[in-house]
Each structure stands twice: as C-alpha cells, then as structure tokens.
Design a protein around this ligand. Structure first.
Ligand SMILES: [Fe+2]
Length: 247
C-alpha cells in the first residue's frame, strides 16, 4: 500500500497543486493529511475544495484551522502577521468551507493499526516537536511503529530504538528512510505551502508499506503566482516574501 503524506498547506494552492501533480503520477492508495489547511496563504477555498476531492483520505485539523473556525480568541497566542492572516481567512472563506473546518477531527488518529497521524504532537495538537527531548515525550504517547506529524514545517525523522532517541534533519530534495524492525519512527514530511528550512520547494512524502520505505520529496511550484495572490489579497507582504527564501 502506498500512502501519500502531506501537511501545512496554509492556503497555498500553487504548492498544493504541484504536490498533487507529483502524487498523481505515482500510484497512491491512501492520502494522509496532518493539519493546517489554511492560514498565511490567499487560497483557502481553492485548497479546501481540492482537498475534499481526494479519497481515501484521513484529515486532522491544525492549529490554524482551529483558530479560523472555532477558537478565534486563540490568535492572541499567534504572532501579529499570523493573526492577521487568521482574521483575513475567517472573513474571506466560504460558509460551506468554514463548516468543513469546524467538523475536522482533532488528532491524534490511528490509521490502519500501524500509523499514527497528529498535527503538533500525539499528546497536544499545538505542541512543537523540536528535538530529541520532545520526541522522547511524544514516543511515550504512541502505540504504533510509525507516526507522522507536522506543525514545525521542518522535515525531520526521529527514531526510537530501545528508548534511545535520535533525530535527523532531512536536507536536500529527496530522502529515503528504510523501515527497520524494532525501530519506531516519528516523521515530519515538511510543509507543503510554507517551508521554513530555507528550501523553497513544497514538501511531501510517500510511505510504501510493502517495500518498507518512506520517501520524502521536495517539489518545485509557481512561487511568484502564490506571492501575487497574497499581495493582491491585501495580506501582509512578509507572507509573500518569506516564500522565496523558505522561512
Ligand atoms: Fe503550520
């Protein structure tokens, strides 16, 4: 079975379209989305409409999705630029897609017995896993050999071998992880629509359960078009600028 794993689209339709074109050239059996459909980018409706066409799929909410639909007061914890994008999204999203966000499930969720998906961490959807200490805490809350998470926008793999935790930042445009028996994995594929690792390409991953491997990819997309839409929408210009440096 081949799973396509992606997270943190953040209303960037150009980046989302690029990874979907990439996915559709490969044989994908099941999609896994780890949250943050909206926020930052200028195309929340287009992204949600496209996401809803994918099947079979498991979707969980991210902190930006939750802020837009359900906890507008939580923007006090966001930086001013992120907060203004949340308000813009709330004002511009269609009623039907606002309802869709409202009904999104909160992670973690177990898929096909062996895979956990979560947004921030398995113990708190808003928590950032940044380093082995956080990963060790996360592994305590995981019952499956394989977990995918998002939220940090950095492609990363943590392994747990007999409680020895090791983290690796995955650089470059393609990486492959061979699944070893007795090892547990906690993997962030990186962000589709707002990479922060100074690689401007959209990130995604494929897990081939028969081959026992996970491949992470970075895909080029039309950054200038996404930037133009952000500026035309009147969103903060910093949200456009950051896309061309990948931060
Ligand atoms: Fe995010």
């Amino acid at each position: 079975m081949r799973y396509f794993i992606f997270t943190d689209i953040h209303g960037n339709m150009e980046a989302f379209s690029a990874i979907l074109r990439f996915a559709k050239k490969r044989k994908i059996d099941h999609y896994l989305f780890l949250g943050d459909i909206v926020g930052y980018g200028a195309s929340p409706d287009a992204v949600i409409d496209e996401l809803r066409t994918l099947e079979p799929i498991n979707v969980i909410r991210g902190n930006h999705d939750k802020a837009v639909c359900c906890e507008l007061e939580s923007v006090q914890t966001f930086n001013p630029i992120a907060a203004s994008a949340i308000h813009w999204t709330r004002e511009n999203i269609s009623p039907k897609n606002l309802t869709y966000l409202t009904h999104l499930k909160k992670g973690p969720e177990i898929v096909h017995k062996d895979i956990t998906i979560c947004h921030g961490s398995p113990f708190d959807e808003d928590y950032y896993i940044f380093g082995e200490f956080d990963a060790a805490e996360a592994f305590l809350h995981i019952e499956t050999p394989l977990t995918f998470f998002g939220h940090t926008h950095f492609p990363f793999v943590y392994t747990d071998i007999d409680h020895l935790i090791e983290g690796t930042f995955l650089t470059g445009n393609s990486n492959e992880i061979k699944i070893e028996k007795g090892t547990r994995y906690l993997i962030n594929p990186g962000s589709v629509g707002q990479p922060r690792d100074r690689n401007t390409r959209a990130a995604c991953a494929i897990y081939d359960s028969d081959a026992g491997k996970i491949s992470l990819f970075r895909v080029e997309y039309e950054i200038e078009e996404a930037q133009k839409k952000i500026l035309d929408a009147g969103l903060p210009s910093a949200l456009a600028e950051r896309l061309s440096i990948g931060i």
